[in-house]
Design a protein around this ligand. Structure first.
Ligand SMILES: [Zn+2]
Length: 176
């Protein structure tokens, strides 16, 4: 009776052989995820003495494009529009935030950074552990998880996910 026994260390040797190929796949996922990643947007005031305090506080706030700015609510909106501590705006003068006072006469703008999220995406080096090759593609930065999967703000304001990581992986998987 014959019994096949793989040469000692064969599977480990195979894993090491496959590591560069796995790494190449990870780099492709990184490239596609960066291409799909949403821009970030930054709240910009006119910077003069007419800017209301709630927007002075928002100056420079940066969030992924598919999410909302968190702006301190104005007293009138809290009393008459049922808003809480924060007003969640897609952009300045955003009526979907349900604010009124916090929008009136606002002159603020936004500045977009096309690579704001893409810059946070990286692929690591392959790690061979026994018979397994692992390469991690990750996005690390403020609100990248919410940018990927979406979130729900108080008042049931839904922000859809951009799914750039899942989308990047799906594109590369479909090529194989
Ligand atoms: Zn403003």
């Amino acid at each position: 009776m014959a019994k096949f026994t793989p040469a000692r260390g064969l599977e480990e040797a195979l894993a090491r052989m496959l590591a560069p190929a796995v790494h190449r796949i990870a780099v492709q996922v990184e490239i596609e995820a960066k291409r799909l990643a949403p821009p970030t947007k930054r709240w910009v005031t006119m910077g003069d003495d007419k800017v209301r305090p709630t927007h002075v506080k928002a100056q420079g706030q940066e969030v992924p494009e598919n999410l909302r700015f968190s702006i301190n609510s104005m007293q009138w909106d809290r009393e008459h529009r049922g808003l809480g501590k924060f007003t969640y705006m897609i952009e300045p003068r955003d009526r979907t935030s349900r604010a009124v006072a916090n929008l009136r006469n606002c002159r603020c703008t936004t500045h977009k950074d096309p690579d704001g999220i893409a810059r946070t995406i990286n692929s690591g080096q392959p790690v061979v552990t026994g018979k397994t090759v692992t390469v991690t593609v990750s996005a690390q930065g403020p609100m990248v998880v919410e940018a990927e999967v979406g979130t729900v703000y108080p008042g049931n304001l839904v922000a859809g996910g951009a799914h750039f990581m899942a989308g990047g992986a799906a594109i590369v998987a479909a090529r194989r």
